[in-house]
Design a protein around this ligand. Structure first.
Ligand code: CAA
Length: 246
């Protein structure tokens, strides 16, 4: 059997992150979930353990380059070299642009976009040296379409895909792929926090007629991580129920 590959998932204890961790574990990877809140993450890890799932956790403030370096080093020293990086950590701070403060702007750009630089910069050289790697950036349909009240979020999410395309070109010959996966509206706490009337209107506009399940996003991650996805790079995989077609 080939060596067990190692996957690091940022925001691994959150809605989509958890589904990604569980799926990659079931696919046979060793999985590490990077978290921000220790108490929440430890309780989460225990719940996974009780369900028979062994997932490592590592503290990582994704907005902080040095902290990301330390987290990556901890994984390398305690688990092994990272083969798959899923940049999944993300937040929303929605509000009409006239109410958009620098704090809301910076928080979302830092967590959703600067984090992608902070994490990827720490792992990609190792992947290139070893001749294998998968960098999977979890973006959003709203980064493609725009959304009322989300100038900060959509700027970050669209920025992720620009990053994907440039880095994909730089390392395409080294066995390392870089892709974006753009979910539609997934039934996670983030989406359930949208005002119900607004959410109902959004749901009514989804051709498939329902919200997405986190497992359906994890299935896409599993594909992009696989050996047979070696020819897929710089691409954007839409899992949005037909909400945006292009
Ligand atoms: N379309 C058109 N006009 C809108 C509107 C909309 N969607 N939302 C608000 N407005 C109007 C209001 O009627 C109001 O008009 P007036 O000034 O003429 O009265 C004006 O815009 C300002 O409205 P608010 O004071 O309510 O604005 P706000 O700053 O408090 O916030 C909002 C508005 C809550 C952000 C609302 O626009 C909204 O919920 N938008 C959807 C946000 C959304 O989809 N977020 C997704 C979160 S989940 C996620 O992001 C995951 C993913 O990747 C898909």
């Amino acid at each position: 059997m080939m060596k067990e590959k190692i996957a690091l998932v940022t925001g691994g204890t959150g809605g989509i992150g958890e589904a990604i961790c569980v799926r990659l574990l079931n696919d046979g990877y060793k999985v590490v979930a990077a978290y921000q809140n220790k108490e929440k993450a430890e309780a989460w890890q225990l719940r996974q353990k009780e369900a028979g799932l062994k997932i490592e956790i590592v503290h990582c403030q994704v907005t902080d380059f040095e902290a990301c370096g330390k987290a990556v080093k901890w994984v390398e020293d305690n688990v092994g070299m990272i083969d798959i990086l899923v940049n999944n950590a993300g937040i929303t701070k929605d509000g009409a642009f006239k109410k958009m403060t620098p704090e809301r702007w910076d928080a979302v750009i830092d967590t959703n976009l600067n984090s992608v630089f902070n994490m990827t910069r720490q792992v990609f050289e190792g992947m290139v040296d070893r001749g294998f790697g998968r960098i999977i950036n979890i973006s959003s349909v709203n980064g493609q379409m725009g959304q009322f009240g989300q100038c900060n979020y959509t700027a970050a999410k669209a920025g992720m895909h620009g990053f994907t395309k440039s880095l994909a070109r730089e390392i395409a010959r080294k066995g390392v792929t870089v892709n974006t996966l753009s979910p539609g509206y997934v039934s996670t706490p983030m989406v359930m926090a949208i005002a119900e009337d607004v959410r109902k209107k959004i749901e009514a506009g989804i051709p498939v007629g329902r919200l997405c399940q986190a497992e359906e996003i994890a299935h896409g991650v599993s594909y992009l991580a696989s050996d047979l996805a070696a020819y897929v790079t710089g691409s954007e995989l839409d899992i949005n129920g037909g909400l945006f077609m292009h």
